[in-house]
Design a protein around this ligand. Structure first.
Ligand code: ASP
Length: 354
């Protein structure tokens, strides 16, 4: 992968401070108006001009940029592997990492990276903005500064955060618990099923009991993800069963995230059941995730989910669809045994589900 180091002029270096690597992938945060008033990717080399307050943080900052900053709607697994590669290459040289990313798919990328970075013992904080850095009232500066402070927060035991997070609008969330819920207001992200890890007020208050603890036995390892065939099927009353059969007959289909109703419920019709049964006999994995942002899948609570349990559909408990897709992407890329994948899917690997 060819990434480029952006020369910050004047350089932002405080020899005493913690060293943070900022990885700029694109998105709204890094935009500014040109002379004609058009929004264009902003030259990060001039970050001090936009945010002179960065000088006061006392940090040793380095910026790496994707060769072409992208809108996050164009994120794909190649970019996730690029991020993994950059973090792996620079892991020992920095105290923490801040990933600047468009908000649209940030929850997917943060989820994917949470699985790909095994044994992480340093902070990887994703952030972005609803308004470009170069506009009045932009949230970019606040988000970036707090993300940098969090990425450099230490106590006697070392870095306080040792997981992949999203910082946005005063809150730090576990990355694989987030969803983008807002495209207009500043509070773009929510983590319905897991408490915020920190809140930035006058000080940054960490919620210590809910922070992820990397198992001590684990050493840091970056996994790559491969192209896999996963479908996301959101149930709705009136879903055409021919269409369902058609999707499930896709050659090479490996897994389906089934977005079910309420606490994991689905139709009990003969046709629906036989479609799933056929899929499972063809070793297609079905992962049951609720359409409700809050709460969890409880297969067997109602008759309308008991058949899923009996068929061998895997419960996603309180996982988000974003994290469910990322988890399948990760497991199908790194594990070839069907039963192992099913087993790992149903247990929390990085605090992504209860
Ligand atoms: N479309 C933009 C992106 O996700 C929106 C943003 O950055 O907030 O890249």
């Amino acid at each position: 992968m060819n990434y480029r180091i952006v020369k910050i002029d004047p350089p932002l270096q405080d020899e005493e401070g913690y060293s943070i690597l900022i990885i700029y992938t694109g998105g709204t945060l890094g935009m500014a108006h040109d002379e004609e008033g058009t929004l264009k990717p902003f030259n990060f080399g001039q970050i001090i001009e936009e945010l002179p307050v960065l000088k006061k943080l006392g940090l040793l900052l380095t910026v790496i940029s994707f060769p072409e900053p992208i809108d996050s709607s164009n994120m794909d697994i190649t970019h996730w592997n690029d991020l993994g590669y950059i973090i792996q290459e620079n892991y020992d040289s920095y105290d923490g990492f801040v990933v600047l990313h468009g908000t649209d798919t940030m929850a997917y990328s943060a989820s994917a990276l949470s699985f790909m970075l095994e044994g992480l013992s340093k902070p990887v904080i994703f952030t972005g903005a609803q308004l470009p850095i170069g506009t009045a009232r932009s949230d970019a500066g606040q988000n970036l500064i707090a993300a940098l402070q969090i990425a450099s927060s230490h106590n006697d035991g070392g870095p306080i955060i040792r997981e992949v997070c999203i910082y946005f609008d005063y809150f730090l969330f576990r990355g694989n618990r987030c969803q983008k819920v807002e495209s207009v207001h500043f509070d773009a992200f929510e983590s319905e099923n897991y408490p915020a890890l920190a809140e930035a007020g006058i000080s940054i208050d960490f919620n210590y009991p809910v922070l992820y603890e990397t198992p001590l036995v684990e050493s840091f390892k970056v996994h790559k993800v491969q192209p896999v065939k996963i479908a996301l099927i959101k149930l709705f009353p009136g879903l055409d069963e021919d269409l369902l059969d058609h999707i499930l007959a896709t050659p090479g289909l490996q897994a389906v995230v089934l977005e079910t109703f309420g606490s994991g419920n689905a139709p009990t019709t003969e046709r629906f059941q036989s479609a799933l049964k056929k899929g499972i006999s063809n070793e297609i994995i079905f992962f049951n995730v609720s359409q409700c942002n809050g709460g969890r899948v409880l297969q067997g609570r109602y008759t309308t989910s008991k058949h899923l349990l009996d068929l061998g559909v895997v419960s996603g408990a309180d996982i988000t669809p974003e994290a469910a897709l990322a988890k399948l992407q990760f497991l199908l890329s790194t594990e070839s045994n069907y039963h192992q994948i099913v087993r790992q899917l149903s247990i929390p690997l990085r605090g992504e589900m209860a």
